[in-house]
Design a protein around this ligand. Structure first.
Ligand code: ADP
Ligand code: MG
Length: 391
């Protein structure tokens, strides 16, 4: 789960990372109030959305008067801000962060990520941070400085100093940089984060270090022991399709295609998506209804998939081990009665109680396309899509 910049700054500041003074605003008036409250300008007003790249998308602005802060906030509120990371739809702005403007001499990139290969926290840094870091990481990935942290030992003073020197720190900056690295590592570890990113970590005109931007992501599987992090969730920033699915306990990821998938088991779901692609179609989603799916759960899955207007065909692929084909079949019939299914549905059932499941489908009298194998099901789904398009 992602959080907002101002929330990440608060967490990092508590661990000891220096951040600019600032205040949150939910309205243009409040933005002006925050500016006055901070004292002398200029200030920077920043759209709070779960995305980077706000600067180049017009979501960060230097302002010189409280009125200007208010006017700029007014222009942001209630509209979607599209960045390189959000896609064309963008994300809605409901909060802005107003903070002191800092005199920037140099911008550094600092990232802490989970490196699956080494199974460790990896620190990635660059002396050339700021808004061009993505370009740099693509064109010259070797120029990025990397260090991994042994979880049993933690980040060592030696590693910190090595990083600080590689980033061009001098004099007192070395110790300050080491404090920041330690603080970020603690914040990462102690909150079950999956990512901490400061970009830019700014070297000010006076040579001080301060985090001008902050990003953190967390492992939602750890929320049972991190209620304070779970509470930072902002549903307005999430894909509404995924939000509702999650509320209903379904593992759902929205995609861009037209074939809606209702499948049990993550592995089978992945294989089905591959097979759809091989057959010339595009999946509209990943959906795992899980084991022991009741008819009601199947209906919920149908509603979730149908809520996506791009869906033109639904493919149900069940290999019932813990599940029961008769329950799934009953769920499909129930969905047709209750969920207003207007698109062709291809069903492939296999495993526990398959005969009973097929009987229910047959006797329902519904216009369902049945399939025997995964390949057959994918081919029929794509064929149904094409005949729909032709019609
Ligand atoms: P994003 O990464 O989403 O574009 P940032 O918070 O990094 O947003 O802001 C973009 C750029 O705006 C930064 O690289 C920095 O140059 C400038 N900036 C951000 N905050 C401040 C600040 N408090 N004072 C001065 N410049 C800032
Ligand atoms: Mg940034």
């Amino acid at each position: 789960m992602d959080i907002h910049e101002y929330q990440a700054k608060e967490i990092l500041a508590r661990s000891g990372v220096p951040v600019p003074r600032g205040g949150l605003a939910y309205s243009p008036e409040q933005a002006a109030f925050r500016a006055r409250e901070l004292g002398e300008g200029p200030w920077v007003v920043k759209a709070q959305i779960h995305s980077g790249g706000r600067g180049e998308a017009g979501g960060v602005k230097l302002v010189h008067t409280p009125e200007e802060a208010s006017a700029y906030a007014q222009s942001l509120f209630g509209r979607n801000l599209a960045t390189r990371q959000t896609g064309p739809g963008g994300k809605p702005v409901f909060r802005v962060w107003v903070e002191e403007a800092t005199d920037i001499a140099r911008e550094i990139y600092l990232g802490f990520v989970l490196d699956r290969k080494s199974e460790r926290v990896m620190i990635v840094a660059s002396g050339h941070g700021g808004m061009e870091i993505e370009q740099l990481s693509e064109e010259d990935p070797e120029s990025l400085i990397r260090q991994t942290v042994d979880p049993a030992v933690g980040i060592t003073p030696f590693q910190c100093r090595e990083l600080a020197f590689a980033l061009g720190m001098e004099g007192e900056q070395v110790a300050a940089c080491c404090r920041i690295l330690n603080a970020c590592y603690r914040a990462f570890r102690d909150h079950d984060a999956t990512m901490v990113e400061i970009n830019p970590l700014c070297v000010t005109g006076e040579g001080r270090l301060i985090a001008l931007d902050a990003k953190m992501s967390f492992d939602s599987n750890a929320f049972f022991r991190r209620p304070e992090i779970a509470a930072l969730r902002d549903r307005s920033q999430e894909d509404p399709r995924e939000c509702t699915a999650q509320d209903n306990g379904l593992a759902y990821v929205g995609l861009d295609g037209t074939i809606g998938c209702i499948i049990n088991g993550a592995g089978l779901a992945m294989a089905t998506m591959d097979m759809i692609k091989l057959s010339g179609g595009e999946p509209a989603n990943f959906l795992d209804i899980g084991g022991g799916a009741s008819p009601e759960r199947v209906v919920t899955a149908f509603r979730t998939v149908l809520a996506d207007p791009k869906v033109q065909v639904i493919l149900v692929n069940i290999f019932a081990g813990i599940n029961r084909c008769d329950w799934v079949a009953a769920g499909i019939v129930k969905a047709f009665r209750e969920a207003n299914v207007t698109v062709p549905v291809v069903v492939r059932l296999s495993g526990t109680n398959v005969e009973e499941g097929q009987r229910i489908i047959r006797e329902s009298g519904l216009a369902l396309v049945t399939a025997d194998t995964l390949a057959d099901a994918a081919a029929k789904a794509v064929a149904a899509l094409r005949s729909e398009a032709a019609a």
